[in-house]
Design a protein around this ligand. Structure first.
Ligand code: GLN
Length: 192
């Protein structure tokens, strides 16, 4: 199995390490040709405006959209913003998932926090240690097509799945828990 990590900006190295620990071959994606032969792609956290700008500059928007049609893609934090159909402001997006996302929904940098999260689909192992850094939240979903996998106590949706696409508001690559990375690998195995 070969998984790509979009490596334009942000926390791509941490995703890479996590996947390699699970025995997966990882490719850092910077150009359209890097997508060839990949079974799935992770779009990391970082700054969604920067990721969108660089993706536009490197001619990646259309190839990424085409790739996502048949292949699993997982966006974490800024990656989730980049995958959303609507974020209420204008910046380059892939517009894949039928979700409305609110950027910086929990305040500024000082408001970063960690919490224990119950996530649907992670078989056992208890709550997931979720690290939120200037995180977005899912403000609205098309409930016919999108399944919300986790909510904070205040009701904010922070993880969701639409077919072979996955989004999480937080940074699973920064905690010791590898269950979400294994969950993504299982989406790829289902898709093959
Ligand atoms: N606040 C960032 C944005 O809007 C996302 C933060 C993150 O990825 N940790 O793009």
């Amino acid at each position: 199995m070969k998984i790509g990590v979009l490596a334009l900006q942000g926390a791509f190295v941490e995703h890479r390490k996590k996947l390699e620990k699970l025995g997966v071959e990882v490719v850092e994606v910077r150009l359209p040709r890097d997508l060839e032969g990949l079974d799935g792609l992770i779009i990391p956290g970082g700054e969604s405006t920067t990721i969108g700008k660089l993706a536009t500059e490197y001619g990646l928007i259309e190839p990424l959209t085409a790739f996502a049609r048949n292949k699993p893609v997982w966006g974490t934090c800024a990656g989730m913003i980049f995958m959303a159909r609507d974020i209420g402001v204008r910046q380059p997006l892939l517009g894949l998932m039928d979700i409305t996302v609110q950027r910086n929904a929990f305040g500024r940098q000082v408001d970063s926090f960690e919490t224990e999260l119950d996530i649907e689909g992670l078989n056992g192992g208890g709550p997931f240690p979720a690290i939120f850094i200037r995180a977005p939240r899912i403000a609205d979903v098309d409930e016919e097509d999108v399944q919300v996998l986790a909510r904070l106590e205040d009701g904010s949706a922070v993880a969701a799945r639409q077919g072979h696409w996955l989004v999480t508001s937080f940074h699973p690559e920064l905690s010791d828990d590898d269950r979400l990375h294994r969950y993504f690998i299982s989406l790829i195995n289902d898709q093959k």
